[in-house]
Design a protein around this ligand. Structure first.
Ligand SMILES: [Fe+2]
Length: 441
């Protein structure tokens, strides 16, 4: 019963994440344009119940008001009116949420254990689509929860015993890696994986000209050079909307940094620590792009990322950057292995065929590609708004994985996307340039 086991694993992990918080954080809204914490404790079981039990199997509801209240999150930068409406809605007590969640859970468990959840001619149940959709939905939310938790004051969180951030190490020497002309594989054929989201389909390939890419992510130490050079005060490096955002917010450094008593610190999940030089810098797309422009390079396209991560000299596209072996801790930092990043250079065993490291893990990687449908896109019947609502030209593709990305999502076709000025995500970057042989490092 692997799907039931996966569901139970998910529920246990979600419960552990909520247990990190003190009760006084429960109705707080750590990120202004996200829902408060209470919403997510109801949303996860509500989505699973609504999608699999109610819509999929056609069984009756539990509580129409709570099912509607917990139906859907909001996207950052949605209108102030919708945020205000969410802020004004009345939230149930935690006991009410837990009792609703317990009932929804029981029904989902029953469906996964005994329901006819794989029905070839059913639009939502074909190849267990609804069941797999709710399982991936929950693990994706767990990452979202963690970056929200990151914004909650340390005094309202309980550090797991024995947790010590991995801060040692100096910033590795940056090196440029040459990737020759070739083919990038994007997307995936609908049924070549047990489950894929609509935006990953179908499979297609595209030629990619040679380029050079940095072996490591841009670290805090490297990014500090841009900050120290006055990068945040120089309009030349910023897109007009990004520059307006800086002016409006007064932002002068990455959101994960803070400057106190003459020292730069990292705002870790559970404590402030002296800024780890070798950790990948976590920044918004706007900040990553500005750094790249200042450096005289650019962010990779999605196709370049795919080629750097999965391409090989013989033209075969690998399952993972390191080959076809299942992901293990020596390959990279993912699957909730840490509450914070690790130094760049920690996972040479995860290097791609070209020698590029950390393409999976230690932080999502910004690309310059605007999120959009692949040719032949069709919305997923069990969650039709999942991608289509974001094909608005206002979101950029991120690839790879962060420390808080579940192992189930580490497939080459998986795509993530965010607005360019959303600074909360565990997202880093590396630069590319056009890489003619004469400039090879
Ligand atoms: Fe959701």
């Amino acid at each position: 019963m692997p799907l039931l086991d996966w569901y139970r694993r998910n529920r246990a992990r979600s419960a552990a994440l909520f247990d990190l918080l003190d009760d006084d954080a429960y109705y707080g809204r750590p990120i202004a344009l996200r829902q408060p914490v209470v919403f997510y404790e109801g949303h996860l079981p509500a989505f699973s119940f609504n999608t699999l039990v109610k819509r999929g199997l056609g069984r009756p509801g539990i509580d129409a008001r709570l099912e509607a209240l917990f139906a859907r999150g909001i996207d950052p930068e949605e209108t102030a009116a919708s945020a205000q409406a969410a802020a004004n809605s009345r939230w149930p007590t935690r006991e009410e949420v837990k009792s609703f969640a317990a009932e929804a859970d029981a029904q989902v468990v029953d469906a996964l254990a005994h329901g006819d959840i794989d029905q070839p001619n059913h639009p939502l149940l074909n190849r267990s689509e609804a069941a797999l959709c709710i399982l991936e939905h929950e693990v994706m939310h767990q990452e979202t929860l963690l970056y929200m938790w990151h914004q909650i004051p340390h005094a309202q969180k309980r550090k797991p015993s024995g947790y010590v951030p991995h801060v040692d190490g100096t910033s590795p020497a940056q090196a440029w890696v040459h990737v020759p002309d070739g083919i990038a594989t994007l997307g995936v054929a609908a049924w070549s994986e047990p489950f894929t989201w609509d935006n990953e389909r179908p499979a297609w390939t595209t030629p990619v000209a040679e380029f050079r890419i940095e072996r490591h992510n841009v670290t805090n130490e490297r990014y500090m050079e841009f900050v120290d050079a006055g990068g945040y005060a120089d309009e030349r490096w910023w897109q007009p909307k990004d520059w307006a955002w800086l002016r409006a917010t007064g932002i002068t450094h990455p959101m994960f940094w803070t400057y106190q008593r003459g020292q730069w610190l990292w705002r870790g999940m559970f404590e402030l620590i002296p800024l780890p030089a070798a950790w990948p810098v976590y920044v918004s797309h706007a900040e990553a792009s500005a750094y790249a422009r200042w450096k005289g390079c650019r962010l990779p396209t999605e196709a370049e990322f795919q080629r750097a991560a999965y391409g090989t000299r013989n033209g075969h596209a690998q399952r993972y950057p390191w080959g076809d072996m299942p992901p293990a801790s020596r390959h990279g930092l993912f699957d909730f292995a840490s509450w914070d990043p690790a130094p760049a250079g920690t996972h040479p065993d995860g290097a791609s065929a070209w020698g590029v490291e950390d393409l999976i893990g230690n932080g999502w990687e910004w690309t310059s590609t605007v999120f959009g449908p692949f040719p032949g896109f069709e919305p997923l019947p069990s969650y039709p708004e999942y991608s289509a609502d974001f094909f608005d030209g206002e979101h950029f593709v991120m690839k790879g994985a962060s420390p808080a990305t579940a192992r189930e999502l580490l497939r080459p076709s998986f795509r993530n996307w965010f607005r360019p000025r959303y600074p909360y995500v565990y997202a880093t970057f590396r630069c590319v340039d056009d890489g003619a042989d004469t400039r090879r490092a």
